[in-house]
Ligand binder design. Sequence first.
Ligand SMILES: Nc1nc2c(c(=O)[nH]1)N[C@H]1C(S)=C(S)[C@@H](COP(=O)(O)O)O[C@H]1N2
Ligand SMILES: [Mo]
Length: 203
Amino acid sequence: MLFEGNERREREKRKKSQGLLPPGQSLTLKWPVLHSGSVPRFDPDTWDFRIRGQLEELLRWTWQEFNSLPKVERTSDFHCVTRWSRFDNRWEGVAFREVLRRVRMKPGAAYVLVHAEQGFTANVPLPDLDREEVLFATHHDGQPLSPEHGYPLRLIVPHLYAWKSVKWVRGLEFLDHDVPGFWEQNGYHMYGDPWNEQRFSRE
Ligand SMILES: Nc1nc2c(c(=O)[nH]1)N[C@H]1C(S)=C(S)[C@@H](COP(=O)(O)O)O[C@H]1N2
Ligand SMILES: [Mo]
């Protein structure tokens, strides 16, 4: 379902009055672009997705292998720590659980460091990824992701601030302890719950 113009604004008003906008956030109709570094180029011949760390067996998939995994659609809200939110984004892609099903973890694995192009990382506890609504998205509102929004693949973790929704994702590292990712090393909160305004680690 796509929400256009008045219909979209009506729906936003309704959701706002239902308390679905986290504290300190404002709604945006547009979709801002936010990241550190440049927009990477996608080469389907050299792209791979690596899963490593506390595993019985390391995995490596080519673009063709990853992209042929079963797809799902999920609609969710998006909350950036810089105080904008966007309701009702329709994402299409591969469910995190679809990937997890193929991973043989060691018993201690409890955290994931998500890896992206150019060395970008974000840390997320495994239970926060092992959720119905978490996916590796290839499409947004019916269109392929644009390069600046993460083409060809980005993670979507709707219940955490959007810096955990890693663009240009290239792999997962399973760990038995939590380590800070890129923004977390730069002062952002280790967990990042928008409902509790976990924006920065020293606040
Ligand atoms: N690879 C990568 N992914 C990233 C970031 C980044 O710097 N690098 N920034 C994050 C932040 S802070 C936000 S708010 C969202 C923004 O996604 P958008 O540009 O599609 O709106 O991407 C997240 N994913
Ligand atoms: Mo952000």
